[in-house]
Design a protein around this ligand. Structure first.
Ligand code: GLY
Length: 321
């Protein structure tokens, strides 16, 4: 009898160690990682970025407070960033070597493990919405180029003239990279969410890299590389040098370290970003939220534009390290 009681006590103690109270909701947003320091970003531009991230964050909080789904939050938040020329996604997408915009996006539902993505699209105003259409309105996970555009158009996505994506800054960036025969590696937007129903969702959208070869596909539309969500572990959105994020299956690796090795979200994100990616030469960062609402924002580049909030009232917006 005494033995049974001791066993029960040990069991209860172990449970209490493991049990974490789940927050009602949590949200993290990123606007890209890279050479983000006061040397490269003026105070005026920093304010514009902070204001836009705050607008996106407030929109997400508003939906979450009302009990909206993580999937809705991810899509709405990313649309705000895609509509801004400040970030490398949608309106602010960078140019490839041929002087064209080829955008990637994906979205994933942690409850069902359903996912959708588009790659190499040049005329869809909001690629994240097209990604969600692929997930919800097709039997597929990933669609490319003209086929993805035709599908998105048929399902009500806004199609725009390619001139819509022409911004002076991105064009000048391309001229610089062409002159130096270099690739500019950074930029992407993303959002991860835990909603009031306890569901996780992740979305990522990008113009890719300035001066990339046309037809190049980055990590963003590849589930498990630049984007992943699983209610058993966490939701992850990545930003950085896509080729490394693909080869190291970064988003899924973070989830797997949590699920199979029992690491916390902070430990898993740190391990992948600093101990795996960095020694390999892969620069960038990740945003993550776990099933309890714990968040992580790890990067091994100079900076990462980011914003976060949770139902305890904790929140913040940061551009630099
Ligand atoms: N992470 C964005 C890209 O490499 O395309």
């Amino acid at each position: 009898m005494n033995n049974l009681l001791s066993l029960l006590l040990i069991f209860a103690f172990a449970l209490s160690l493991n049990a974490q109270v789940r927050l009602e909701y949590a949200i993290v947003i990123h606007g890209g990682a890279g050479n983000i320091s006061p040397t490269f970003i003026s105070p005026e531009r920093e304010k514009e970025i902070t204001d836009k991230l705050s607008e996106a964050l407030e929109t997400g909080i508003g939906i979450l407070e009302l009990g909206g789904s993580g999937m809705d939050v991810v899509e709405k938040v990313i649309r705000i960033l895609e509509d801004s020329p400040l970030f490398n996604a949608g309106k602010g997408a960078v140019f490839n070597h041929a002087g064209k915009n080829e955008m990637d996006a994906s979205i994933m539902d942690g409850k069902t493990l359903n996912a959708g993505g588009v790659t190499g699209v040049g005329d869809i105003k909001n690629p994240i919405s097209a990604a969600r259409m692929v997930m919800e309105k097709s039997p597929h996970v990933l669609m490319m180029g003209a086929g993805a555009s035709e599908f998105a158009n048929a399902n009500g996505a806004e199609i725009v003239d390619s001139g819509y994506f022409h911004t002076e800054k991105r064009w000048n960036d391309l001229q610089k990279q062409l002159a130096n025969d270099k690739l500019e590696k950074y930029g992407t937007v993303g959002c991860v969410v835990l909603d009031k129903d306890g569901n996780l969702a992740a979305g990522t959208s990008s113009g890719g890299m300035t001066n990339k070869r046309w037809g190049r596909i980055g990590d963003v539309p590849i589930i498990g590389a630049g984007n992943y969500a699983n209610n058993n572990s966490c939701a992850v959105s990545c930003t950085g040098h896509g080729e490394f994020f693909i080869r190291y299956t970064v988003a899924h690796d973070i989830s797997a370290l949590m699920q199979y090795k029992g690491l916390s979200v902070e430990e898993a994100a740190y391990e992948v970003v600093h101990n795996k990616l960095k020694p390999a030469g892969g620069s960038g960062g990740v945003i993550c939220v776990d099933k309890h609402g714990n968040i992580s924002m790890e990067f091994n580049s100079y900076g990462m534009m980011r914003a976060w909030a949770n139902s305890k009232g904790e929140m913040g917006v940061k551009v630099f390290d």
